[in-house]
Design a protein around this ligand. Structure first.
Ligand SMILES: [Zn+2]
Length: 253
């Protein structure tokens, strides 16, 4: 961890990739775990353009449940530490695969939402946007006046990431001195490529309670949740103290 802290102190540019793991301690365990319908339907039925075309009411019922769960959830110590990290670094970019808005609610500013967010719906036909309230979209308002339908403004299975967001994330990953991979198994491409594919020179650290497919390729693997580990990194950065090594299977100096 001390090498990570030293590299963060010296580093001018930090890129962070987060996934569902950082929201686990906010009560949003996994993509599949929020909302009940995933128990009886395949996720592809609920989160794909084909599934939406087949049964938009079913799809919106699921996303409205998830939207409600996001609203009830609170950012945890991991989200808040991430916002504090941004405050003390010159060039900080946070790319998240989460659609729960918890990074923004915790105060992070330079956030790239790779998979969109559930704060918005957009029209399948004219691409108009509308904000979603805490209850999501009323089920009798799915049809838009133009003949299209309102859909969640998120990336579904089989869809590309939004180009502008993806481009900015790639650039931030490429120029980073330090890359933190937090709460993601880094297996969902293309987002996972941001962790290791665009920068051979950065110091890459992984924060995850479990080993992942990239664990043996990173400079430093911290075995703990974001809520456990990130506040300690921020505290060590701001106080100058060294951090205790008990969380680490792959010593970080
Ligand atoms: Zn429309």
């Amino acid at each position: 961890m001390n090498e990570l802290i030293a590299t963060l102190r010296a580093g001018k540019s930090v890129f962070v990739l987060t996934g569902s793991g950082i929201s686990a301690e906010s009560g949003l365990p996994t993509f599949r775990g929020v909302g009940g319908l995933w128990r009886t339907h395949r996720v592809e039925e609920l989160a794909s353009p084909e599934g939406f075309a087949r049964d938009p009411v079913l799809v919106w019922t699921w996303y409205n449940e998830r939207r409600g769960a996001h609203e009830r959830a609170q950012p945890n110590a991991g989200h808040f530490a991430m916002a504090q990290l941004e405050d003390v670094l010159d060039d900080f970019t946070l790319a998240t695969q989460n659609v729960d808005s918890l990074h923004l609610r915790a105060g992070s500013r330079n956030v790239l939402e790779l998979h969109g967010s559930l704060r918005q719906a957009r029209c399948t036909h004219c691409s108009a946007g509308r904000s979603l309230g805490t209850a999501g979209l009323p089920l009798d308002e799915i049809d838009h006046a133009c003949g299209g339908r309102w859909r969640p403004d998120i990336v579904w299975f089989g869809e590309s990431l939004p180009q502008d967001v993806w481009q900015r994330a790639r650039e931030a990953a490429a120029r980073a001195d330090v890359i933190l991979v937090v709460g993601t198994s880094a297996v969902v491409y293309p987002a996972a490529a941001l962790a290791t594919n665009y920068n051979r020179r950065a110091f890459v650290a992984e924060i995850n309670p479990e080993a992942t497919p990239i664990s043996n390729r990173v400079a430093c693997a911290l075995r703990g949740s974001a809520a456990q580990v990130l506040p300690r990194i921020v505290a060590a950065l701001s106080s100058g103290e060294t951090a205790s090594p008990d969380l680490f299977v792959r010593p970080c100096g």
